[in-house]
Design a protein around this ligand. Structure first.
Ligand SMILES: [Zn+2]
Length: 414
């Protein structure tokens, strides 16, 4: 058991470190722009490497730019305990997303090293190169390479909004695709990630920690409804085939059905295009998106089936054309129950208020979760705000999260 006063050993505090890392790519309004392979991203990774070295870790980058700080274990042939999060941000993102998890891991390992020296099992702190997919339409490029989900081939056709290819940007950042070796790891015992919740549950309930049981599965669709475009003044209501009217009924049904299906199911229509999109013309054609999330595949299946059957039957009855196109699918991922219990017991023994929840957002932990035992721990986000310069988490919560991570790492590695 690690005593709580061991925080005194630390020279720097978590909040200062988060702010320090946020200084790379900081925007005028206090947010962060740190997109994959940009100069701000390179500077942040290099500064972190220097910090890791100063803390006595041996450091290295893999072929795609994931940064590792390694504390060698004394037990020969032991596997590696990996802990960290991602260094990239969304455009004008907050300073805690990803960064907190890296800093938490760094501080935890620093504390353990100061207090107990080298562990039996190797611990590595990782600063994952990319999670958000904000610059290139390829999320989880960093964790995907470590777990074998992606190789260089998957990036070949990928370009950013300026037409710069991922491979070109990678080369400019100092990671020449010509010298690519698969970063896939075969030595991982587990992956532990601390992250800000990016949701409102912990802030509302007053709990300090959330142990994540599942990361939700997601499905995204484009739904096109086609009717007949015509004059808004001369077409009587009874003769219309108004695609926007039909789409609006479908959109209402999406929300109603979601509420009836399961309290944890979320369904969102976030984007809509009407054609011709003119005030005095009946819309002939409407395209809208549907984003559905839940942590059980069966619930997603049942919901999607019911919704689309309803749409098809209504469209057929009223002579509208309907096309449903799925363009994204991510399966729900269960976190490791043994590690989750270890986090819960540790929080319990320290009288830290905690609860089990699921993650409605995607995280690197979902990629690792299908590859090795993985655990994800949340701390509160003020008012649930995230991906915004207004993102905020309290130092006190960060420190309690770090204390729990430190003790869990101690139990696993020493
Ligand atoms: Zn994140």
């Amino acid at each position: 058991m690690i005593e709580s006063q061991d925080r005194q050993l630390i020279e720097e505090d978590s909040e200062q470190l988060v702010k320090w890392l946020a200084s790379f790519g900081q925007t005028d309004n206090g947010g962060i722009n740190r997109l994959l392979y940009t100069p701000a991203w390179v500077e942040a990774q290099q500064a972190l490497q220097a910090k890791m070295k100063k803390d006595g870790l041996s450091t290295y980058f893999d072929s795609v730019g994931n940064l590792f700080g390694r504390l060698e274990g004394s037990k020969i042939g032991s596997k590696t305990i990996l802990t960290g999060s991602h260094i990239d941000s969304v455009v004008n993102g907050g300073i805690y997303d990803g960064v907190f998890g890296i800093i938490a891991s760094l501080v935890a390992v620093q504390k353990l090293k100061q207090r107990y020296g080298n562990p039996k099992k190797t611990i590595e702190v990782v600063s994952l190169c990319e999670e958000e997919g904000s610059r290139f339409p390829l999320t989880f490029w960093g964790s995907g390479n470590i777990t074998g989900k992606y190789t260089l081939k998957d990036a070949e056709a990928i370009v950013d909004s300026n037409g710069i290819s991922l491979l070109e940007a990678m080369k400019d950042a100092g990671f020449d695709p010509e010298s690519y070796h698969s970063p896939r790891r075969k030595d991982l015992e587990c992956f532990l990630e601390l992250h800000v919740e990016q949701g409102i549950i912990l802030d509302k309930t007053g709990d300090t920690l959330g142990t994540v049981s599942h990361i939700v599965g997601q499905r995204r669709f484009n739904i096109r409804v086609s009717g007949e475009s015509n004059h808004a003044g001369t077409t009587p209501m009874r003769f219309r085939k108004d695609a926007l009217q039909m789409a609006s009924e479908f959109i209402s049904y999406i929300a109603e059905k979601a509420k009836k299906t399961d309290p944890d199911l979320v369904a969102t229509v976030g984007k809509i295009n009407a054609n011709p999109n003119v005030p005095n013309v009946i819309a002939g054609d409407v395209l809208f998106t549907l984003d559905v999330r839940h942590y059980q595949e069966e619930v997603l299946d049942a919901y999607c089936q019911a919704v689309f059957q309803h749409f098809e039957s209504v469209a057929k009855d009223q002579d509208f054309q309907l096309t449903i196109n799925q363009w994204m699918e991510a399966e729900p991922v269960e976190m490791d129950s043994r590690l989750m219990k270890l986090f819960e017991q540790t929080a319990q023994s320290r009288n830290i208020p905690h609860q089990t929840l699921f993650s409605g957002a995607g995280h690197d932990a979902q990629v690792f979760g299908t590859y090795c035992p993985t655990s994800l721990l949340f701390i509160p986000s003020l008012e649930g705000i995230s991906h915004s310069p207004r993102e905020f988490s309290k130092k006190q919560d960060m420190d309690l999260g770090i204390d729990v991570l430190t003790e869990v790492l101690y139990k696993l590695a020493y």
